[in-house]
Design a protein around this ligand. Structure first.
Ligand SMILES: [Zn+2]
Length: 325
């Protein structure tokens, strides 16, 4: 059994494997512009974040019904469980579906069918985090938040994802203020391709409790000191960073240096179907000493939104401490 861990940076749409994409395409009568699964995998040769996003949005067209979203989430949870995941905080991108005429109800209820049963089926507790697409307007994000209001018993928090550069966090100030007033937790992607200033802005303007990626904080020592002091978690995604060329290769990945600096880092898979591995694959790819891996696993539970179930968090942490390789 792999090391027990939480996954905190995972886009459910990014777990769509080519085999499931073709199965759902057949079920829904959707024509995919690829001959077979190999042709999709051949398209995984990305130059940057945008080239990945183009394929990511294209393949989403196969997701139409509640059952599709449930099958997608259940397939992820089964894989995650096999990789030692005990708790998953799952992102979804409602705007990408609403734009295709798929309703918020279909998306949330479909995902919830799998997430709500995950603890009994897979031994994985879950939370759902709704992300806004930062390259869409703030008005669209606000409309999306309002559309989600009937489902807030299913949704723990909000996030911000998609193309980062040119879309600073400040654009979503009002949306995040409203989300906070609705009692939602707040995270945001920042400092992946965007500058360290976006990380600072996500903290100051959006009030985020966790930063997704955050790698470029390293360019600003004062920001690193602040993240360390305030114990702000960073959800790092090593294989994603290599695939999207944020770092040249795994040997050059700054995660060990980030841990040495005292940052509360976690390891996650981001969009595992596209980036060559699920979360334990990311752990193994880094080839870190065992006690470093244990530290990362502890961090994942410390950084998770389990404040409503501290007993569970304590149980997970005890599992990490007791783990023997
Ligand atoms: Zn991401």
């Amino acid at each position: 059994m792999p090391l027990p861990k939480a996954e905190l940076h995972l886009h459910i749409e990014g777990t769509l494997e080519p085999e499931l994409a073709f199965a759902l395409a057949a079920r829904n009568g959707v024509e995919l512009p690829y001959a077979d699964t190999d042709a999709i995998r051949a398209a995984y040769d990305f130059d940057d974040l945008q080239s990945f996003l183009n394929l990511y949005y294209e393949l989403m067209a196969v997701l139409r019904t509640e059952r599709d979203f449930a099958d997608l989430a259940d397939a992820y949870l089964a894989r995650a469980a096999a990789q030692g995941v005990r708790h998953a905080e799952v992102f979804f991108d409602p705007q990408a579906h609403l734009a295709r005429g798929v309703s918020m109800e279909t998306v949330v209820e479909g995902l919830w069918r799998a997430l709500g049963e995950s603890e009994t089926r897979h031994g994985v507790s879950t939370r759902l985090i709704m992300c806004f697409l930062r390259d869409e307007s703030a008005e669209s994000a606000m409309d999306t938040l309002m559309a989600a209001k009937p489902y807030l018993d299913r949704i723990t928090g909000v996030g911000l994802d998609s193309a980062e550069v040119g879309h600073p966090p400040v654009k979503f100030r009002e949306v995040y203020e409203t989300a906070a007033a609705l009692g939602l937790r707040r995270v945001a992607h920042a400092g992946e391709e965007g500058p360290p200033e976006y990380v600072t802005e996500a903290l100051d303007v959006l009030g985020v409790e966790r930063v997704d990626h955050g790698l470029r904080c390293l360019e600003d020592p004062a920001l690193v000191a602040r993240l360390v002091r305030d114990r702000i978690p960073l959800t790092v995604c090593p294989l994603s960073n290599v695939r999207l060329r944020a770092v040249p290769d795994l040997a050059a990945h700054p995660l060990p240096a980030m841990l040495d600096a005292g940052l509360l880092c976690t390891v996650n898979s981001d969009d595992p179907a596209y980036f060559g591995g699920y979360v334990d694959d990311n752990f193994r790819a880094l080839n870190l000493p065992e006690e470093r891996q244990r530290e990362l696993a502890r961090n994942s539970f410390l950084a998770s939104f389990l404040e409503d179930d501290e007993e569970k968090r304590a149980r997970y942490l005890a599992e990490v401490d007791a783990y023997a390789w």
